[in-house]
Design a protein around this ligand. Sequence first.
Ligand code: C2E
Ligand code: MG
Ligand code: MG
Ligand code: MG
Length: 275
Amino acid sequence: LVKIEGKGGYRFFAEDLNISSAHRVRLEARLHRAVEKQEFELYYQPKLDLKTKELVGMEALLRWPQNDGSMISPAEFISVAEDTGLINPIGQWIIQQAIEDTLKINAQRQKPMQIAINLSVRQFRNPALISTIAHFIRSSDINPALIEFEITESMLMDKVDEARQAMANLRQLGVQLAIDDFGTGYSSLAYLRQFPVNTLKIDQSFIADLDDNDESSKSIVNAVIGLGVGLKLKVVAEGIETEEQMNLLSKAGCHIGQGFHIARPMPFDQLLKYG
Ligand code: C2E
Ligand code: MG
Ligand code: MG
Ligand code: MG
C-alpha cells in the first residue's frame, strides 16, 4: 500500500506486491543497468514423467544475482520489466539462451528434453515476437517441437481474438503452448477448447493443498486432470513438495510433475549432471 499525500489528505493505492514507488524507481534504474551488463542468469527446474520417473523436460526460470550473493525474485522484477518495456530485450535473451542450453543438453542425452519458456503479457502481445522466435529457431536449427511457451490464463482472456491469433502464429512455427497457473485465472472452460494449446499446467496452489486426507483438494485436482486428459492435453503439475503429492498426482493420471520434492531450479551446469 502506497500512501500519497494530496490536497484532500491521504490517498491509498494498492500496488503490485506492495513495492513502494521509491523502491520501484530504484529497481527500474538497476534493471536498466542489468540489461546493459547482461547480469541475468537462467536456472532450470527439471520436469519428470510421473509414470516412468524419467527426466522429460525443464522450465527456464529467470534469476538476477546480486552483488551480495542474493537473488531478486522474478515475481518482483518481471512486473517492473513489463512496465518499462525492458521485458522485450530480456525476453529475447531468455529465448536465445534457453535454446542454446537445450541444444547442449540434448546433445548428451538419448531421450529428448523439452524446454518450457515463460512469456509475459507484453512479450506475448509484441507483434515482433513471432519473427524473433522464428529467427532464433532458424539460426539455431533446433527442432521447434522441443520448445514450449508458457502463458497464463489471464493473458488469454483479455483480448481473446488477438490472443487466439498470437497462439496460432506461435503454433505455426512448430512450437508448443502451455497454459501456466491453470485454475487461478477466470477463463471459461468453453474458451479453453478454442485455444490451440498442448499443455495444462495446474497451478501450484492446488498442489500445495493436496494430501490424502483432504477429499476436496483431491476432487479439484482430479477434475482438472480429467479436463486436461479429456481435451487430449498434456497435464503438468507444478509445486510438488511431497512424495504423497507426487503419488496422488501420478495415480490421478497427471502426466508430468515439477516441484521442490523432485528438484529445485538449478544453474545449467548442475542440470547437466542431474539424472
Ligand atoms: P511460474 O512460471 O509459475 O514458475 C513457477 C515458480 O514456482 C517458480 O518461481 C519456481 O521456482 C517455483 N517453484 C517450483 N517448484 C516449487 C515448489 O515445489 N514449491 C514452491 N513453493 N515453489 C516452487 P520463480 O522462479 O520465483 O518464478 C516466479 C514467476 O516469475 C514464474 O511463475 C513466472 O511467472 C515468472 N518468471 C520466471 N522466470 C521467467 C521468465 O524467464 N520470463 C517471464 N516472462 N516470467 C518468468
Ligand atoms: Mg511457468
Ligand atoms: Mg506456474
Ligand atoms: Mg506461478
